[in-house]
Every structure is written in structure tokens, then in C-alpha cells.
Write a protein that binds this ligand. Sequence first.
Ligand SMILES: Nc1ncnc2c1ncn2[C@@H]1O[C@H](COP(=O)(O)OP(=O)(O)OP(=O)(O)O)[C@@H](O)[C@H]1O
Ligand SMILES: [Mg+2]
Length: 351
Amino acid sequence: MVNPFKFGTVVEDCFFTDRRDELQYIKSVLNSENHLILISPRRFGKTSLVVKVLHESERKHIMLNLQSVVSVEDFAGRLLKEIFRIYKFEKIKYLIKNFRVMPTFSLNPMTDGVDVAIQPMVDNRVLIEDVFALLQTLATEEDRIIVVFDEFQEITNIDKNLDRLLRAIMQLHKNINYLFLGSQESMMREIFEKKKSPFFHFGQLLHLDKIPYEDFKFYLLERLSFIDNANEICDEILAFTKCHPYYTQQLASQVWEKGKKGEMDDIVNSAIVRLLEFHDLNFERIWLNFNNTDKRILVWLANNNKPYTLLGIAQSTISSSLKRMLKDGYVIKTVEYEVEDPFFRNWILSH
Ligand SMILES: Nc1ncnc2c1ncn2[C@@H]1O[C@H](COP(=O)(O)OP(=O)(O)OP(=O)(O)O)[C@@H](O)[C@H]1O
Ligand SMILES: [Mg+2]
């Protein structure tokens, strides 16, 4: 029997649980002329959620992950390639004749798709304008398109003026819903919530939270019911992971492995120990890179913000340390600040 837990990549079908309200919300945005901004800490399930929406929708869609985009030309090229995936090249090539800069197209016999090559250029603005104009021409009232930009916070790393240009173009578009997904929360906030930013209030904001306790417990119970005391075991797992989607699946997966081997003794703790063995060196290296203030704050967070041991550190120092660790992903903020990785939290507590 295959392990019924999955972590690290997009989860679908039987690996996907809950998110009913969020699915409903996104669908309602897609059913309007508005755009969506989906923000959460890393590995909360943004991509999985949107992939599910796309699969359930009958509309044409494009999904581009900006993390692997290296330049404006690359961005335009990838977008074009995606356009050719949903509209056959042969059918729309006449529209490309209007391009002011002509990319090189070649048929890729391996993928059956069209490869696009674009030389670096001084003024790549026209290229972006032309590609988006093509998209707008293809989108009609009967055939509305969904365009998803994953890891959108990377936009400013591709080119510092690209956000301004995109906003200028997209604000005029009709029959296209743009979805912007991003982690590094503070950066996404800079882009969408700062008055000075070109994308200020560009779409409807959705903050993705952890998966609700009861839903996640039900999901775990269904898959771990073959273990004695499954009810308590599931509570133990969730108490450790605090319902973090990725870490819950990871720990549950290890518990399942142990359960199948009949290693029932203190099963959750021994699964935690097993997973910690993989991380030990890594945690030590990460720890050594923190300054003293960071370390004290992390210990404080690991102890569930108790006892009050931050006395003597100026509030402004605490704030800037938290801000930095939040940006780097070591700390997350849901109801309150917490150490992002429960295994790291456990490591901190035991050192
Ligand atoms: N709805 C869900 N049900 C169960 N598990 C989930 C769900 N959503 C996410 N997960 C768990 O979290 C992991 C990360 O999901 P996903 O890659 O979609 O998150 P993300 O927010 O896009 O992450 P990243 O910030 O790395 O892009 C999944 O592999 C899975 O283990
Ligand atoms: Mg993702």
C-alpha cells in the first residue's frame, strides 16, 4: 500500500483536504472582472489550492512561476510558450506578425510544443507590451483567460521597473483574471499594500491560513486509523506541527511508515526523532548564523513566548529582528509569531 501522505510538491485529489471557503472565494473572484492576490508563508498550500481551482475550472489558463525567470526576455518567452500551449501556434501565428521585435520560434519534437528564443535587447518594454497585447486579443467574453503568476514577489528581482510596466498594461485588460501568488509575506505586502507601489490594491487579497484543526484531524484519522489510539496519535501530531500543512503531512507520513512496520512504541516521538536526524547538521549551521538577539527571540518563540526572557532588548531591536527572520522565512506570523519549522523549534528547545 502506498503512503497516503505527500509533502513538498503540489497536492491534489486524495492528498488535498479542506480549503472549502478559500475555493469558494477564489471562484467568486474568477467569476468577476477582478484579480486575486494570494499570500501565505512558505508551504501553506498556495500553489496546490490554485491548481485545484484551475482544474475545476473549464477556462483556459496560464501558470508561470517567476522563481525560475531570469530576465525580462525570459519572462516574455515563457509567457509566449504558455500561450502556444493553450492556443495552437498554427492558429495564432498570424497575430504575431504585428510584433515589433520578432522572437525565434522552433517546434520541439520532444514536447510537441513551441520553443521561443529571444535575444537580450536594450528596450525590452515593447516585447512585454506585444506579448500582453496578444494575450488581450485572445481573451474574449466567451473565452476568458486565467493568468497565474506564482512566486510573484520575484518580480522586482527580474527587473526593477517590470512591476510598473505590468501594472500599466494589466489595468486596461478585460476578460482576463490575474492571480498573484507569493510567499515572503513582507515583500508581497510591499507590492500590493504600499500606497506608493504600482500594484497598490490591484486585486482582492486572500491570506491563506493553516488548515483548521478538525479538518486536518479528520484527514489524518482516515489514514492512520489502523494504528491503536489513532485519535490520540493524531492529536499528538497536530500539537507538534500546529496544523502547518507541509510539516503535518511530513510527520504523518513518517508515523504511517512506522505504523506499517509495527513500530508502535511512542510512535509520534520516535517519528520526530527520525526526522530530526536528517536535519541536525543543517539546523546547527542555520543557528550559528543568527546573532544573539535573533537567538534569544527564537528561544522565546520556541517556548511559546514564555517565560518573558526578552527583558533588556529594546522593542525596536526585537521588531527589526522579527521582521528580518519573517522575511527569511524562519519565523511566521499567524495568530502570533512562531518558529516556522516545528522540527527546528524542537531542536532549539533541546539545545
Ligand atoms: N489542502 C491541502 N491539504 C493537505 N495538505 C496540503 C494542502 N495544501 C498544502 N498541503 C501540504 O503542504 C505542502 C506544500 O503545498 P504547496 O506547494 O501547494 O504550498 P505553497 O504555499 O505553494 O508552497 P511554496 O511557498 O513553497 O510555493 C504540500 O506538499 C502538502 O504536503
Ligand atoms: Mg507554491
